[in-house]
Ligand binder design. Structure first.
Ligand SMILES: NC(=O)c1ccc[n+]([C@@H]2O[C@H](COP(=O)([O-])OP(=O)(O)OC[C@H]3O[C@@H](n4cnc5c(N)ncnc54)[C@H](OP(=O)(O)O)[C@@H]3O)[C@@H](O)[C@H]2O)c1
Length: 239
């Protein structure tokens, strides 16, 4: 579609989740070898089934991406096995809302920072040295519209996503001129099964689809996007 990813090796963290599944499928359809982190064996099996013939290009492991040592070891295995890592997409994240800041427990606050900020840090820390050696690589970190639009009742979520964008922005400055590109994307509500269950009365047609967002991520990781570095790309749709 955008330039075949054949022989490319792509790590999709959270690659069996609502958005992650579509991102993994997009890279598999494009001919890339895709290595995912997952938490549920059943979700990994479902992704393999859905990928059909391309499922042969899918690998994965149950890795806690908030654990820096586990992520480092996981990336080490990918590099030993394949000798390269062309792209990394972080789709791990979590949401906590409906709580004013003073009602937010330290546990919820820490969970937001772990899932939405620490995940991007541990993954970038593990993959960037290999990409620097290659002199090439692309990273996309999934933040959220909430990073720039700070609604009531979602202080911990908004702060964690805003910090994630700042981290990636600073990483982009660190990587200037190296051939390694890094960008954030900012979805609003995505049309996932979980959101349909949580908001049954909503107009689902208005929500961007995971496959549509996956196409933007595929583009950002492709040579066609070589001029895009340090961006935070809104993917809210025009509706
Ligand atoms: N859905 C939306 O409307 C929306 C809107 C704006 C931004 N976003 C962002 O988009 C990204 C993807 O969202 P999504 O809806 O696809 O979420 P999701 O369905 O929950 O997918 C996230 C995946 O990451 C996994 N995960 C959770 N904690 C992990 C950990 N410590 N280590 C490894 N994997 C872990 C989840 O496993 P479990 O399912 O087992 O927890 C899940 O498979 C997130 O960053 C989210 O914040 C989503």
């Amino acid at each position: 579609m955008i330039g075949k990813s054949s022989e490319k090796v792509v790590l999709v963290a959270g690659g069996t989740g609502g958005l992650g599944h579509a991102v993994s499928r997009a890279f598999l359809d494009d001919g890339a070898r895709v290595v995912v982190t997952y938490r549920s064996e059943a979700e990994f099996a479902a992704l393999k089934d859905a990928a059909d013939a391309e499922g042969a290009l899918l690998e994965g492991d149950a890795v806690d991406v908030t654990d820096a040592q586990a992520v480092e070891a996981f990336v080490g295995v990918i590099l030993t096995r394949h000798g390269r890592l062309d792209a990394m997409v972080n789709t791990v994240g979590g949401y906590a809302g409906g709580l004013k800041v003073w009602e937010t427990t330290p546990e919820i606050f820490n969970r937001m920072l772990d899932l939405n900020l620490r995940s991007g840090y541990t993954l970038a820390r593990a993959v960037v040295p290999a990409m620097l050696k290659q002199g090439a690589g692309a990273i996309v970190n999934v933040a959220a519209k909430a990073a720039v639009d700070h609604a009531a009742g979602a202080g911990a979520y908004a702060a964690s996503k805003a910090a994630a964008v700042a981290l990636i922005d600073s990483l982009a400055a660190d990587l200037k001129g190296t051939g390694v590109r890094v960008n954030s994307i900012l979805p609003s509500i995505i049309d996932t099964e979980a959101n349909r269950k949580a908001m049954p009365g909503a107009d689902f047609a208005k929500w961007p689809k995971p496959a549509e967002i996956a196409r933007v991520i595929l583009f950002l990781c492709s040579p066609a996007a070589q001029l895009i570095h340090g961006a935070a790309v809104p993917v809210y749709g025009g509706g």
